[in-house]
Design a protein around this ligand. Structure first.
Ligand code: B12
Length: 160
């Protein structure tokens, strides 16, 4: 079964073209993409992630207000019971030209796992998501692992 991700353009931002390209790219890469489109409130991302059991939320911000629109999203994810949902953000995150490392750091401090400039090759973002999901899978608590072993053993016993 494919991994579900939630995608959308945050805040009062109506830039729609990149959003469609992201949807296409991640769908082609084998993800189940729940695309909220443009003009999305933080709560819509979180609601969709809870409803669909999504493993990652991909936020776009193109019009320069990304910092204001994204602030607090991580905390709301934690409150909603999504402490481990991966948070990615990309686009023209701030107004004007800024040192990229400063921008990246600012968004990382806000709780984002990955922060991308508009020039990022999307194949890179797909590879990052695969590797972050794999790392999470490897770090899963022993209890979860143990219960899946029990389920697997039961299934084997059933079949045979
Ligand atoms: C078309 C356009 C518009 C159209 C949008 C039409 C529509 N419905 O889509 C209109 C005319 C409505 C518009 C309005 C505005 N725009 Co405009 N717009 C553009 C323009 C020319 C192209 C955007 C685009 O479609 N690019 C093509 C797509 C494919 O690229 P993209 O959007 O960047 O997305 C890619 C990457 O960013 C990346 N990406 C994006 N998100 C994410 C997320 C993740 C997780 C990852 C991995 C990657 C990723 O992947 C995407 C696909 O390759 C850009 C300039 C430019 N050349 O980019 C300005 C631009 C984005 N707009 C800008 C501005 C300021 C505005 C307005 C505020 C102008 C105004 N004063 O009214 C308004 C905002 C309206 C609003 N509420 O959103 C600025 C933003 C400046 C900033 N951030 O510092 C830009 C950069 C122009 C500029 N140089 O000043 N705009």
């Amino acid at each position: 079964m494919s991994v579900t991700i939630v995608l959308g353009v945050i805040g009062a931002d109506c830039h729609a073209v990149g959003n469609k390209i992201l949807e296409h790219t991640f769908t082609e890469a084998g993800f189940h993409v729940v695309n909220l489109g443009v003009l999305c409130a933080q709560e819509e991302f979180i609601h969709a992630a809870v409803e669909t059991n999504a493993r990652a939320i991909l936020v776009s911000s193109l019009y320069g207000h990304g910092e204001i629109d994204c602030r607090g999203l991580k905390g709301k994810c934690v409150e909603a019971g999504l402490p481990d949902v991966l948070l990615y953000v990309g686009g023209n995150l701030v107004v004007g030209n800024h040192d990229w490392d400063e921008v990246r750091l600012k968004f990382e401090e806000m709780g984002f796992d990955r922060v991308y400039p508009p020039s990022v090759p999307l194949a890179q973002a797909v590879a990052d998501l695969r590797s972050d999901l794999q790392r999470q899978h490897e770090r899963r608590p022993a209890a979860v692992f143990a219960s899946s072993v029990v389920v697997a053993a039961a299934a084997t016993a059933d079949t045979g």
